[in-house]
Design a protein around this ligand. Structure first.
Ligand SMILES: Nc1nc2c(c(=O)[nH]1)N[C@H]1C(S)=C(S)[C@@H](COP(=O)(O)O)O[C@H]1N2
Ligand SMILES: [Mo]
Length: 263
């Protein structure tokens, strides 16, 4: 692990970065120094690529993020970013309690899949209590339940040239002249096969609520909150994300944030 990463963790933990102390539904506030443009953020930015390489080189590929106990859950998961996708397609699914939901797995795979909600719910599940850290400066501990992404990928059989897993989402987070701009994210095959990387459909023992990404959102526990795409309808395996969005691999990476947001 790089020194910068350690420093950042230590800072986050000690609350040294904390300047704003807004009460956010009981969520623990860290700070807003990690916002784009802040001096602190620029330090992180130049270190991002290094952090990624260091973490990938120094073994620890499958090291687990810390898991907590039920007693550590102090509040419900604070909804952030999109909280209510407006597309007609999503609204129709929602009206029927997502019974007709299907997840597509496509791209560089030998066995493209269309998984019904029933199929997903019938697959082996994992439940984990973890801490979600948002780059905007808050965190929440919550219990997540879902299907390990690795199991879904094993079923789809990624080809040798598949390097990234892209999550396509139902929510248009903004509108450009060219039309709606949908949220998307991507992770590498190491994070995709990490045992804590799950396609979550449950939150704190209940079905995943709409504001938190119903019916399906990913958990990538060793990275920041924006990597955890909500409202996923399609998973695509690609060799490069140059052709997607602005070519940086994620809605927020296209807008200057790190593609690899390790914590
Ligand atoms: N589809 C989609 N996924 C998203 C977002 C979003 O706006 N749209 N926001 C991201 C950010 S910045 C955070 S912190 C988390 C918030 O998840 P929560 O609403 O469950 O707390 O979702 C992430 N995933
Ligand atoms: Mo976030």
């Amino acid at each position: 692990m790089s020194r910068t990463n350690l420093d950042r963790r230590a800072l986050l933990r000690s609350g040294v970065l904390g300047a704003s102390a807004l009460a956010l539904g009981g969520c623990k506030i860290f700070d807003d120094a990690t916002r784009q443009g802040s001096a602190m953020r620029n330090v992180f930015e130049s270190a991002g690529e290094l952090t990624y390489r260091a973490q990938r080189l120094l073994g620890g590929k499958q090291s687990l993020a810390r898991e907590y106990s039920r007693d550590d859950i102090l509040q419900s998961q604070h909804p952030n970013g999109s909280v209510f996708p407006e597309s007609a397609e999503y609204q129709a699914l929602m009206r029927n309690d997502f019974r007709d939901f299907e997840l597509a797995v496509s791209g560089l795979v030998d066995n493209p899949l269309i998984l019904s909600r029933e199929t997903l719910l019938a697959m082996p599940a994992r439940t984990q209590i973890t801490r979600h850290d948002c780059v905007e400066g808050w965190s929440c501990i919550a219990e997540w339940t879902g299907v390990p992404l690795g199991l879904v990928l094993d079923e789809a059989r990624p080809r040798a040239n598949a390097r990234y897993v892209v999550f396509h989402c139902h929510d248009a987070i903004e509108r450009s002249l060219a039309g709606p701009v949908y949220y998307y994210e991507s992770i590498d095959m190491i994070d995709a096969h990490h045992p804590q990387t799950i396609l979550a459909y449950g939150l704190n023992g209940a079905p995943l609520p709409v504001p938190n990404g119903a019916p399906l959102r990913v958990r990538v526990e060793r990275q920041l909150g924006y990597k955890m795409a909500k409202y996923i309808h399609k998973i695509e395996l690609v060799e490069s994300f140059a052709e997607l969005g602005n070519g940086k691999g994620s809605y927020w990476a296209d807008r200057g944030y790190e593609w690899y947001a390790g914590i």
